[in-house]
Write a protein that binds this ligand. Structure first.
Ligand SMILES: Nc1ncnc2c1ncn2[C@@H]1O[C@H](COP(=O)(O)OP(=O)(O)O)[C@@H](O)[C@H]1O
Ligand SMILES: [Mg+2]
Length: 415
């Protein structure tokens, strides 16, 4: 299992969690989702979520997932070790499960798209292969959640298309067909607000089973929930408890169990650890990596900092202001970043042995420009030390010699 040896990496971004505007706005649209969750329990233990966080002495806590057994679906190939780069699953041999083609989403652009608006996602194309983990990183507000919602069909792109096994995920305004919907699930950022406080864990995790009629009776429903809790490292006996009785990390495990209930092929995890205490983040990241390997599920793992997805991603995409700046095998993106933006992000991250690296820290000037009025051409050009006249013209296409792509007219050499 890959580990996350560098939990301190996030100390570099003390304000980033608070800066995330959609942190509590996620509502998967299910009955189990309740944005008011926090307000419902002002006086409860939930008011101090980390007080009980991952206490090894508590019966509910089990930092190491117990379920080192085959899951409901065996991996399609041998196990992978994605740490430090692309594992076998990143190879071209695996079929493409989910593909996004030129997705655009603008909010508040008025009728017929006139009148500006927030260009949240602006021409993103990517593919996800069976059993791989694709990390997506980028600063808060760059469009990660909007992309995530389009990938799972919770939001319709203004233009462009998401296909699942080559077929349109949804047609027109219609929601995806249930048979397709259940194969692509999502884990939300804040486990506090994404679990209904009035429902037991049993009902929360069983909800997708009920919706998709996947359990034949009460006993089967209960057994399956017990199995799913076991899979995420929670004792099945805890299924009769309520969300507020769990720590933040445990609640995210419940959210993951719910996402696994329908035996999905793809799980899109939108900043699944950003709301968690730093000490718990690595445990949840490792749980997801372990599940990915055991079940062969393909993961899109979104984070706002590169360090979080480094050791669990086969490939990594770096987003800037609604576009992909770089996309490639993790070892190449981290080892020899091609886009100046990626280089700047990496230069700001802590290194285990600073004296061993010849590294200049790149300080980016200012904040990202507003997505309401993004710069012409390359969106990074206003903060880029390499920018030239050409960068203000046509946006540079995302291209490269092999699988390592960058949207830059002056990419770093050595790719
Ligand atoms: N429902 C919405 N209505 C209006 N603007 C939105 C909505 N969702 C996101 N945005 C805006 O779109 C941009 C991208 O947001 P988001 O996808 O949440 O980014 P990220 O997840 O990377 O922080 C931001 O400027 C955000 O304010
Ligand atoms: Mg987000």
């Amino acid at each position: 299992m890959p580990s996350v040896p560098d939990p301190e990496a996030r100390a570099e971004n003390p304000g980033s969690r608070a800066a995330n505007p959609e942190a509590r706005a996620e509502n998967p649209g299910s009955r189990a989702a309740n944005p008011e969750a926090r307000a419902e329990n002002p006086g409860s233990r939930a008011a101090n979520p980390e007080a009980r966080a991952e206490n090894p002495g508590s019966p509910a806590a089990n930092p190491e997932p117990r379920a080192e057994r085959p899951g409901p679906r065996a991996p399609k190939t041998g196990s992978t070790q994605p740490a430090e780069g692309a594992g076998p699953r990143a190879g071209k041999a695996e079929p493409v499960v989910l593909r996004a083609e030129n997705l655009h989403k603008t909010y508040g652009s008025g009728i017929f798209g006139r009148g500006g608006g927030v260009h949240a996602v602006d021409g993103v194309s990517l593919e996800l292969r069976a059993g791989e983990t694709l990390g997506i990183v980028g600063e808060s507000g760059c469009g990660k959640s909007t992309l995530a919602r389009m990938l799972v069909g919770l939001e319709r792109p203004d233009s462009g298309e998401v296909t699942f096994h080559g077929r349109p995920f949804a047609r027109g305004r219609r929601a995806p067909a249930p048979a397709v919907r259940r194969r692509v699930q999502m884990v939300f950022q804040d486990p506090m607000t994404s679990l209904n406080p009035r429902m037991t864990v049993l009902d929360i995790v069983a909800e997708p089973l009920d919706v998709h009629r996947l359990a034949a009776g009460r006993a089967q429903r209960r057994d399956r929930v017990g199995e799913l809790l076991d899979l995420v490292g929670l004792a099945p006996e805890l299924m009769h408890r309520f969300p507020h009785e769990f720590s933040g990390g445990q609640r995210q495990r419940i959210g993951i169990a719910r996402a696994l209930a329908t035996d999905p092929e793809v799980i899109v995890c939108d900043e699944p650890v950003s709301a968690l205490d730093m000490s718990v983040q690595a445990q949840v990241v490792n749980l997801l990596a372990g599940l990915q390997r055991r079940l062969g599920v393909a993961l899109v793992f979104i984070a706002h900092d590169l360090a979080v997805v480094r050791h669990v991603s086969h490939r990594v995409g770096v987003m800037y202001l609604g576009r992909l700046a770089e996309l490639g095998p993790a070892a190449e993106v981290y080892g020899s970043p091609a886009h100046p933006y990626t280089k700047a992000l990496l230069s700001a991250a802590p290194v285990p042995r600073p004296q061993a690296r010849d590294r200049t820290r790149i300080i980016l000037a200012g904040d990202p420009p507003s997505p309401v009025d993004p710069p012409s051409g390359c969106r990074f050009r206003t903060r880029c030390w390499k920018a030239a006249d050409v960068c203000a013209g046509h946006a540079p296409p995302l291209e490269g010699a092999a699988a390592h792509l960058a949207a830059c007219y002056f990419p770093e050499a050595g790719r």
